[in-house]
Design a protein around this ligand. Structure first.
Ligand code: N2P
Length: 360
């Protein structure tokens, strides 16, 4: 009896010690160079637990339930804003983030839309949602002048009917796919009006029979291996697919285009949950990420732009010089942002999305 009690006291003390030495990060999949994780542990002496997710909805469920056990999480701006309102995050302690001086004011000005004064978050990466293609396969099917960079490719039933033969994946991300469908028909992609939102349904339903899968990460390998020929997905992920195909020397040429009709620009923000077990360690992690060279290493690996101005001199030309990653003025003008749906509208969109995915 006594022994049992003693050992559980010892176990408790051990757990306490382990927690203080441990930082738990929950980030998107395919979103970092894993060498940076080892580097963090070596430099700081802290143990890093690094878990991944691939959907804002999954993260949001955890954040709103509380007690996630994570010290750092990475919601996109619109989700961050709603979770801040719900009290899910704690304010950052600027005195513990000296590397925040590296942040890029251009990105900060935009993320303030979701997190006023950037009090709760720092930008990790940002990008666009668009079209990944296997150039050879799509041209073989639709011809040399296939609209590779147009929403016509994915929302015109005649095109999709033909493309289904080589495989099409769409994101399982209603707050990105519904705005894209609205943009396609010339409506405001950020509309919160239920009557306008309802117009997205026939567009998505019209091509639904030809979508093999709705998924947020499998398309990277599927595109790279040639298992699918079209993915409506995230910029850097499609560029990673391009790289994987090139490395495999399998003859697959992958290309990414932000839709010429306009593309969603999103911001993934690192934030500390209100009930994080180790907020001190969380700040150490954020400051590590804010280091110019570390941030450049991450972007060079995942092909996403970041919110760190000082990192830019360390970016490879393939990244800083690619307008699909760092848009030039003309590309920037063609990008739109969205704002969070109020709860009632969100429920409507969720219902619509369930219906679309089930195809009935
Ligand atoms: C990383 C995807 C992050 C983009 N694989 C979604 N915000």
């Amino acid at each position: 009896m006594k022994t049992t009690l003693l050992s559980s006291v010892a176990a408790f003390a051990l757990t306490g010690a382990a927690l203080a030495d441990e930082v738990r990060v929950y980030n998107w999949s395919d979103y970092i160079d894993e060498d940076l994780l080892t580097k963090f542990e070596e430099e700081t002496g802290l143990d890093l637990v690094y878990d991944v997710f691939d959907s804002n909805e999954v993260l949001e469920t955890k954040m709103l339930a509380g007690s996630s056990g994570y010290d750092i999480v990475v919601p996109s701006g619109t989700f961050l804003q709603r979770q801040i309102s719900a009290g899910a995050f704690q304010k950052l302690d600027a005195s513990k983030l000296p590397n925040a001086e590296n942040l890029w004011d251009v990105v900060e000005a935009r993320t303030m839309q979701y997190d006023p004064d950037n009090a709760y978050s720092i930008n990790y990466m940002w990008g666009t949602t668009g079209i990944g293609v296997n150039v050879g396969k799509v041209q073989e099917i639709l011809g040399e002048d296939a609209p590779l960079g147009s929403l016509d490719l994915v929302f015109k039933p005649e095109n999709m009917e033909k493309l289904q033969a080589c495989g099409v994946h769409f994101l399982d991300a209603p707050t990105e796919m519904v705005p894209a469908a609205l943009q396609y028909i010339g409506e405001d992609p950020d509309s919160h009006d239920p009557d306008v939102l309802a117009k997205a349904e026939p567009i998505l339903m019209g091509v639904r029979p030809y979508v093999q899968k709705f998924h947020n990460s499998e398309y990277i390998n599927a595109l790279a291996n040639g298992d699918i020929c079209v993915a409506f997905g995230w910029s850097g992920d499609i560029l990673q697919a391009r790289d994987r195909a090139a490395e495999a020397e399998n003859g697959v040429e992958v290309a990414y285009n932000a839709p010429s009709e306009g593309a969603l620009m999103w911001f993934d923000q690192m934030a500390i949950p209100a009930d994080a077990p180790n907020p001190e360690g969380a700040h150490v992690f954020l400051n590590f990420i804010l280091d110019a060279q570390n941030m450049a290493q991450a972007s060079n690996y995942v092909y996403y732009a970041n919110g760190n101005a000082a990192s830019q001199e360390f970016l490879v030309e393939d990244v800083i010089g690619d307008p699909a990653i760092y848009p030039d003025e003309a590309t920037l003008e063609n990008l739109y942002t969205t704002t969070p749906y109020p709860a009632r509208v969100q429920r409507t969109v969720t219902r619509m999305w369930t219906k679309i995915k089930s195809g009935t």
